[in-house]
Design a protein around this ligand. Structure first.
Ligand code: FAD
Length: 510
């Protein structure tokens, strides 16, 4: 029996959130799709693992763009439309901010959030609400414009707030509201999810982050992030997609400037009209294209010109008592010794001790996260890849344990309980772990950083000129939307749409 067909419409490299989103959308349009995944499971980072008989979330703190059942946002709607049935749980709070002089818990809903900031910094309600409403208006524009591009003149009329703020960085716009520092600090904790300091972060990106997470709240699947990838894979197979695991794609085959198939590590050469890659463009253009001289010089310039975003360092523990008994009150805590995002961004280039942590207690968002009488606590920081690239093999263990110890001690001090006395299971994930399990470039989790020079709007405008090899698309955190699991789904859909549009255009020109 032959393992592969002679030909597919599309081969997707990587069976994680982005790749599976591409596959679902293409299968929904009747295309013949093969997904090749190097791991023995779907999901990439969207995964879980078992220690001591307990299933543990590998990564997810919170999903954006899901929305309530009767008011779905784009990612939640995509899952519904594709028949991927996830049990979504709404995260109870936006976050607890633990910063110098600040211990404040904020909840989702623009007005609620503004009221709670006002309670901590009296007299700020109107200004904070105006800022959040501005974010919301920019968010609505981004959502509409990404589906219906329009002329500049029309844009000015219909999307004034978006056009007015598009050239400004986040710090400039926040400064224009003349808010006390404490209120500014309370509006900043999510910054780490995008990996640029406020002085280098387009206000548009900040707006999307705040309007989505604060306006609509965030969600987690009851059965961890693996529920998304497992159910997506199951659904894709039911729709006719062939998924093969433990198949590492080594080469993308190119002829006359056009991709026509792949070669796996096992030596199979498989042909298709299109290839969608979850592997980073850096990897594809530097080592995966066959023949190597089919890589245009501009492709190398493009990957060298982009800044690789953040990686992750995470300490995940199963503790021997309930959250309540251990004094853990919030699902999500952001803790730092400053909220100066430029200083923190510099700090993330090193190897710790890190000054800014993001922590979750899964049980406070999901009452079935661990067996009764235990809870799961995860302490994470998102360092830049720069520092970790320099770690020598002989120093790795020492540095890993040093960083983890500092993070545990810091959160023990915050909670007033020595976490070390309560650890049943502990797993330390480093940038090397991410790299090993997902093959991501330098262990990066967020693709390319959104900066003032390179962000979603600029990328949408230049995308056409960055299609260096015909019939090759990219689908992953490294594509246009960047940053996280929700955007990975959006990127996967966009890659599929590009393929469908090209197919239609080529058919029409025949
Ligand atoms: C600790 C941690 C916490 C996080 N928290 C959040 C969070 O709270 N919210 C959020 O939105 N995001 C979070 N993220 C980021 C998020 O997980 C990623 O941005 C997202 O999952 C990326 O999805 P992806 O599909 O692009 O790629 P990946 O998950 O990296 O998957 C790539 C897939 O492609 C496969 N692959 C790669 N190369 C090949 C090849 N050559 N051949 C075959 N297969 C290949 C890999 O095996 C993998 O399955 C977190 C990440 C980490 C590590």
């Amino acid at each position: 029996m032959k393992f592969y067909k002679d030909h597919y419409d599309v081969i997707v490299i990587g069976g994680a959130l982005a790749g599976l989103s591409s596959a679902l959308m293409l299968a929904d349009k009747g295309k013949d799709v093969l997904v090749l995944e190097r791991h023995n499971l779907p999901g990439g980072i969207a995964s879980s693992f078992v220690r001591g008989g307990i299933e543990i979330e590998a990564a997810l703190h919170e999903m954006m763009s899901i929305g309530d059942k009767d008011n779905r946002l784009k990612v939640g709607k995509f899952f519904d439309d594709m028949g991927v049935d996830i049990e979504w749980l709404k995260v109870p709070e936006a976050y607890h901010a633990s910063l110098p002089g600040i211990e404040v818990t904020l909840h989702p809903g623009l007005e609620t959030f503004a009221k709670e900031i006002d309670a901590a910094v009296p007299g700020t309600y109107d200004k904070v609400l105006r800022l959040l409403n501005l974010c919301n208006s920019v968010f609505d524009s981004v959502n509409e414009l990404s589906i219906h591009p329009m002329s500049k003149a029309k844009m000015l009329m219909k999307h004034e707030a978006f056009v007015k703020t598009a050239g400004y960085n986040t710090q400039e716009v926040i400064d224009s509201f003349d808010l006390p520092k404490k209120a500014q600090d309370l509006l900043a904790p999510y910054w780490i999810y995008v990996g640029s300091s406020f002085a280098d972060l387009p206000f548009t990106i900040y707006s999307v982050l705040m309007a989505d997470y604060v306006g609509y709240g965030s969600y987690i699947p009851r059965k961890f992030s693996h529920e998304m990838s497992l159910k997506m894979a199951e659904r894709a197979e039911a729709m006719g997609v062939q998924i093969e695991y433990r198949q590492h794609v080594e080469k993308i085959l190119v002829k006359d400037g056009k991709a026509y198939g792949v070669r796996t590590a096992r030596g199979d050469e498989i042909h298709a009209d299109y290839v969608i890659s979850s592997s980073y463009p850096n990897k594809v253009y530097t080592s995966m294209i066959e023949p190597a001289d089919a890589v245009p010089a501009d492709a190398i310039k493009m990957v060298n010109g982009r800044r690789i975003s953040l990686t992750a360092f995470s300490v995940i523990m199963i503790l021997d008592d309930t959250a309540e008994a251990l004094g853990i009150r919030d699902y999500s805590v952001f803790r730092g010794d400053t909220m100066d995002t430029e200083a923190l961004y510099e700090d993330l280039a090193g190897l710790g001790p890190y000054r800014y942590l993001t922590c979750i207690c899964h049980n406070l968002g999901n009452d079935t996260a661990t067996p009764p009488g235990t809870c799961s606590y995860s302490i994470t920081t998102l360092p830049r890849v720069d520092g970790w690239k320099t770690v020598e093999a002989e120093d790795y263990d020492r540095i890993k344990h040093q960083v983890a110890a500092q993070m545990i001690d810091d959160m023990s001090a915050y909670l007033g309980v020595n976490l070390r006395d309560h650890i049943l299971e502990i797993v330390i994930e480093t940038p090397m772990t991410v790299n090993r399990y997902t093959n991501a470039w330098n262990g990066c989790i967020y693709g390319y950083a959104h900066t003032m020079e390179d962000h979603i709007i600029a990328r949408l405008q230049t995308a056409e000129h960055e299609s260096f090899i015909r019939h090759l698309e990219f689908s992953g955190a490294h594509a246009i939307s960047g940053d996280g699991m929700g955007p990975a789904v959006t990127n996967g859909r966009k890659a599929a749409k590009n393929v469908l549009d090209t197919m239609a255009a080529e058919e029409a020109s025949k």
